[in-house]
Design a protein around this ligand. Structure first.
Ligand code: HEM
Length: 154
């Protein structure tokens, strides 16, 4: 193992942990915090929600910065390998576009703007969209790993 390998390990770790904080944090908000907060009295809930939003926004800002920087280096590293086939590049491109969309939605949300899209009869807000995109990105990562291993002959 040389210095480049250690750099790769640190980058992948930072990228994976930042993704975990963002997507895992969003899942926690939806599955645990939101249902539990309904039991709080209205005024306490509003105050608590404001504090949670503020703290989560700080966490997401850091996660986005780490994901962008580590993601760019990982992209150059992966694409410079012969194991990166056209299919790999296409799936990676889709992942990056989706990630940029999620970053944009997070920025709008942080600025206090309401973004939503209509899916049939349902209005889907930015937090739900970000979580959905994050979960799709995890699926694309699983595909990327498989494509990369195949490209490397593994
Ligand atoms: C919402 C934002 C993002 C999430 C949730 C996310 C998530 C992940 C996860 C979980 C991995 C697997 C890490 C590992 O175990 O090695 C990964 C790998 C990777 N990500 Fe991201 N990522 C995001 C944004 C980005 C961005 C913006 C870029 C590029 C600019 C990027 C490029 C990559 C690359 C090249 C890999 C390596 C894929 C492979 O295994 O072949 N990611 N990402």
């Amino acid at each position: 193992m040389d210095l480049t390998d250690i750099g790769r390990i640190v980058l992948r770790w930072a990228h994976a942990v930042a993704a975990l904080f963002w997507v895992g944090g969003s899942l926690f908000l939806f599955l645990v915090y939101r249902p539990a907060a309904r039991f709080l009295p209205e005024t306490a809930r509003q105050l608590f929600e404001k504090a949670v939003r503020q703290r989560f926004r700080e966490l997401v800002n850091t996660a986005v910065a780490v994901l962008l920087v580590s993601g760019m280096v990982l992209t150059f590293d992966r694409l410079s390998s012969p194991a990166a086939t056209t299919a790999y590049a296409l799936v990676l491109g889709t992942k990056i576009v989706l990630a940029l969309l999620a970053f944009y939605l997070a920025l709008e949300l942080g600025g206090g703007r309401r973004v939503s899209i209509r899916l049939g009869r349902h209005l889907v807000g930015a937090p739900e969209l970000i979580l959905g995109i994050g979960l799709v990105i995890y699926l694309l990562v699983a595909i990327l790993r498989l494509l990369y291993e195949r490209g490397a002959g593994g």
